[in-house]
Ligand binder design. Structure first.
Ligand code: ADP
Ligand code: MG
Length: 701
C-alpha cells in the first residue's frame, strides 16, 4: 500500500469505534486521552449503547457519522473487528488505528483473521497501524492527537519514536517525562500488518517536526528496504535504534512476544553500519542520544574538552572517550592562559580542566566559554559534582547561555541528588543533561558518527556487466536436480563469468586427461580431487601443490586415488581439477549466505584453513556500495597481515574490495544461491589476485 500517512499522523477528524464512558476499559481510556489532549480536529465517539461520551454525542455506527472521517480508531473486542473494518471501508475512512489484540500474536487462527482484515483494507487503499498496538500520538500544536491509552501524556518535543512493543513505548514516554524529554510523534507499530518502520522512516524523512528518529524493534518488516531508506534518511537526520533479540534467548523471547520472527544479530549490525543508523543497547541510551542530537549542533570532529569540578569523574569520562575513539587534546596556549589567569594555581588547565570544588557558577561559565573558543576543540563535556557552596542549578543557569551561543555541542553532566536534578529541569533552554560522564561520552561518540554518516556522498551498489543468463543456466542445472552443491567446474564458470580472476584451470576425467591438462598449463600445477562426497578436499588428502613435472603429477594422482578409496569416497563421478600453482599469496575468504529476515549477507576475512580459528570476518548486507566494501575490508582485525607487518611486503586490497562488490551483485541477482564461498582468494605482494577454490550451494528461495 503506497500513499501518505497523513490521515494517520495528522487527521482532521477521528472516530473511536468502541468509545466508552467507562474509565477502566481500553475504549474508555483512549477516548479520555483524546479529549484530555485537546485534539484540534473533530471527535466522533461510536457506541450503539450510549447517547453521549464525555459530553459529546455518540453515534450508533461509524456509518451514521455525518462528516467525513480521516482516521478510525478501533478498540472493539477482536470478534467485532471484521464488522467494524467493513464499516470503516464502507464509510470511506482515510486510515485505521487497530488497537485490538488477539491476532497473529496468538496463533494460527489470529493470523488468518489478521490477514483477512488487512487484505480488505489494502484493497480499499486504507493505511492502518496495528493490530495489537498502543495507538499513536502527535504533539504538534496543529494536531494535538493522543490516540493511545498510555497512562502518562507525552511532553511535546522533537523526537519521533516508533515502537514494536507498546509496553516499552509507555516506559519510554514515562522515562522521558521524568527527564523532561519531549516527543513530536509516537507510533506503536504492533503486529505491523500494514504500516511498518519503513513507512515511518519515509513519513518522517522530510518532516521538520521530527528532526530525530528513534525506534525500538524486535524484527525488521523488510530489512533490505530499511537499509535503502535509512541510507537516504541518515544523510538528513539521525536514526537511533534499539534492536531487541540480540542473543538466542532474547530472540526466543522476541518471537513469543509479538509474533515476530527471531533474527540474527549480524544482520542488524551490518544494516546499521551500512545505513548510518546509530544502534544503541538500551532505551536510556536511545533517549540520551536523541535528546542531545535534537538540541545541540553536530560536532565538527572528535576533539573533546572536559571541564570538571572533581577529578574522578573526569578520568572515567576520559577513559570512556578513549575507548570510543574520541580525542582529548591538550588545550591551546591562549586558552590555557585565560584559564590559569582565572583559576587558583592548584587547578589543572591541560585537558581535562579541573576547576576544583570551590569553583563558582561564574568560573564554570567563563572556563566553558574559553574552551569552546579553542579552535582545537569540537565539543565540551562539563561535569558538575554537587558543588559544596552553590546549588547545582546555579551552575546550569550560568553555562546555559554560553552553550546556546557556542556553535559547538556542550554536554553538561550533573552528578547530584534527585532533588537537585529535578530543579535542573526547570532551567529553560538548557542543553540536554546527562547523569554520568560515560553517558555523555557515548552520546557524543554517536553524534560524531552521525556527523560522519550525514556527510557521506549518496552512493548506490555497483552493478556489473556480465552474462546473467549463462549464470542462471549454470545454477539452474543443480537447482533442477533438487539443489545442493554445484559441480566444481560450474562453480568456476560462474565465478569467471561474474568477473573473478581465476587461476588457470582444467577439469579432467582420466589419467590421460590429467597429464594433458598439466602439460597445457604453464609452470607448476596443483592437482585436486573433485566430485560427489568431496567437500573439504585437503582433509581427504585431495590437494597436491607445486607439482613440477609429469612424474610428480602422476605420483600425486596415484596417492590421491588411494587416499580417496581408503576414505570410502565413491569412484563414480570422481574427477580431477588441474590448476596453475600460484605461490606466495595471502589467503582471504569471500562468502555469502542467505540470512532469514535480511536477505543475502556477504562476508570477507582472513581466509585459508584457519578461518574457523581466527573468525576474523566482516559481514554486510548484499546491498553493498563501494564504500561499504572498503569499510568491510578495513574492519578486518588482522588487516596488517595483508597490508604488511614486520618487514613483509603488503598486498593490494583492491581485488578484495572488487571481489566483494562482484559477489554482492551476484547474490543480489541470483536469490537461488543459498551459500557461496571463495576460499581462498589469493592476494599477491606487488599486486594481482587469484581464486583457487570455491563452493556454491543452491536452493529454492
Ligand atoms: P579445500 O579448501 O577444499 O581443502 P583448496 O582448493 O582451498 O581445498 O586448497 C587448500 C589450500 O591449498 C588452499 O587454502 C591454499 O593454501 C592451497 N592452494 C590450493 N590451490 C592452490 C593454488 N592453485 N596455488 C597455490 N596454493 C593453492
Ligand atoms: Mg578452500
Amino acid at each position: 500500500m503506497a500513499g501518505s500517512l497523513d490521515a494517520l499522523l495528522r487527521p482532521r477528524s477521528v472516530a473511536v469505534i468502541g468509545a466508552s464512558n467507562r474509565r477502566k476499559s481500553l475504549g474508555g481510556m483512549v477516548t479520555e486521552r483524546l479529549f484530555d489532549f485537546r485534539f484540534t480536529g473533530k471527535i466522533f465517539p461510536v457506541n450503539p449503547r450510549q447517547e453521549a461520551i464525555h459530553s459529546v454525542k455518540a453515534w450508533p455506527s461509524i456509518l451514521d457519522v455525518p462528516d467525513p472521517v480521516d482516521c478510525a480508531i478501533v478498540v472493539v473486542p477482536r470478534d467485532a473487528v471484521p464488522a467494524a473494518i467493513d464499516q470503516c471501508i464502507e464509510k470511506g475512512v482515510g486510515a485505521v488505528i487497530l488497537i485490538t489484540s488477539g491476532f497473529r500474536e496468538t496463533g494460527e487462527e489470529g493470523r488468518r483473521l489478521e490477514e483477512e482484515v488487512f487484505a480488505k483494507l489494502k484493497a480499499a487503499g486504507i493505511r492502518a497501524i496495528g493490530p495489537n498496538c498502543m495507538g499513536l500520538l502527535n504533539t504538534s500544536p496543529e494536531v494535538s492527537l493522543d490516540a493511545t491509552f498510555t497512562p502518562v501524556p507525552a511532553l511535546p518535543g522533537p523526537i519521533g519514536f516508533a515502537s514494536q512493543s507498546g509496553a516499552l513505548g509507555v516506559v519510554v514516554l514515562g522515562i522521558s517525562e521524568e527527564r523532561g524529554i519531549g516527543f513530536s510523534q509516537f507510533v506503536s507499530l504492533g503486529n505491523k500488518a500494514d504500516v511498518t518502520e519503513n513507512d515511518l522512516l519515509e513519513a518522517w524523512e522530510d518532516d521538520p517536526e521530527v528532526p530525530v528518529i528513534t525506534a525500538y524493534l524486535e524484527s525488521f518488516a523488510d530489512a533490505p528496504g530499511f537499509l535503502r531508506i535509512a541510507r537516504r534518511v541518515t544523510r538528513k537526520k539521525p536514526v537511533i535504534l534499539v534492536k531487541a533479540g540480540r542473543t538466542e534467548a532474547g530472540a526466543r523471547a522476541a518471537s513469543s512476544h509479538t509474533g515476530a520472527l527471531a533474527s540474527a544479530d549480524t544482520g542488524t549490525d551490518a544494516l546499521c553500519r551500512q545505513g548510518g543508523v546509530l544502534r544503541v543497547d538500551t532505551v536510556e541510551e536511545m533517549l540520551d542520544t536523541a535528546w542531545f542530537l535534537a538540541k545541540a549542533p553536530l560536532p565538527a570532529g572528535p576533539r573533546v574538552g572536559i571541564l570538571t569540578n572533581a577529578g574522578g569523574p573526569a578520568i572515567l569520562c576520559a577513559d570512556r572517550l578513549g575507548e570510543l575513539g574520541l580525542e582529548i587534546p591538550t588545550l591551546g596556549e591562549a586558552t590555557r592562559k585565560v584559564l590559569s589567569d582565572r583559576l587558583p594555581p592548584e587547578a589543572a588547565t591541560g585537558n581535562p580542566v579541573d576547576i576544583l570544588p570551590s569553583a563558582t557558577p561564574e568560573d564554570f561559565a567563563a572556563c566553558l566559554a574559553a574552551m569552546l573558543e579553542d579552535p582545537g576543540i569540537d565539543a565540551v563535556i562539563s561535569i558538575t559534582v554537587t558543588p559544596p557552596l552553590y546549588p547545582a542549578r546555579d551552575v546550569l543557569e550560568a553555562i546555559t547561555p554560553v552553550a546556546r551561543r557556542a556553535g559547538k555541542p556542550v554536554l553538561p553532566v550533573f552528578m547530584v541528588p534527585a532533588a537537585a536534578r529535578r530543579e535542573l529541569l526547570a532551567v529553560e533552554d538548557a542543553p540536554a543533561l546527562f547523569r554520568a560522564p560515560e553517558d555523555a561520552a557515548g552520546a557524543l561518540a554517536r553524534a560524531v558518527a552521525h556527523a560522519r554518516n550525514a556527510a557521506r556522498p549518496a552512493e548506490e551498489p555497483r552493478e556489473f556487466d556480465r552474462d546473467d543468463a549463462e549464470i542462471a543456466a549454470l545454477l539452474g542445472r543443480t537447482l533442477e536436480d533438487g539443489g545442493g552443491y554445484l559441480p566444481q567446474e560450474d562453480v568456476f564458470r560462474v565465478l569467471e563469468i561474474a568477473g573473478f580472476p581465476l587461476a588457470p584451470w582444467r577439469v579432467a576425467g582420466s589419467r590421460e586427461e590429467v597429464l594433458a591438462a598439466a602439460a597445457e598449463i604453464e609452470g607448476p600445477v596443483v592437482l585436486k580431487a573433485v566430485g560427489p562426497g568431496i567437500v573439504h578436499k585437503s582433509d581427504l588428502g585431495g590437494v597436491a601443490l607445486d607439482l613440477r613435472d609429469e612424474a610428480a603429477v602422476a605420483a600425486a594422482l596415484d596417492r590421491m586415488e588411494e587416499a580417496l578409496d581408503g576414505a570410502g569416497i565413491p569412484r563414480e563421478g570422481r574427477r580431477w581439477l588441474v590448476q596453475a600453482f600460484r605461490a606466495g599469496g595471502r589467503e582471504v575468504i569471500l562468502g555469502a549466505h542467505r540470512a532469514p529476515g535480511y536477505g543475502p549477507l556477504v562476508m570477507c576475512g582472513l581466509g585459508g584453513k584457519y578461518v574457523e580459528v581466527f573468525r576474523d570476518v566482516q559481514f554486510a548486507m548484499a546491498d553493498l556500495t563501494p564504500s561499504d566494501a572498503r569499510e568491510m575490508v578495513r574492519g578486518i582485525r588482522g588487516l596488517a597481515l595483508l597490508t604488511g607487518t614486520r618487514g613483509e611486503e603488503g598486498v593490494d586490497l583492491a581485488p578484495l574490495e572488487e571481489g566483494l562488490e562482484r559477489l554482492a551483485a551476484l547474490v543480489r541477482a541470483h536469490r537461488e544461491i543459498a551459500e557461496l564461498d571463495v576460499n581462498p582468494l589469493l592476494l599477491f605482494p606487488g599486486g594481482g589476485a587469484a581464486v583457487v577454490d570455491g563452493r556454491i550451494r543452491v536452493a529454492a528461495d
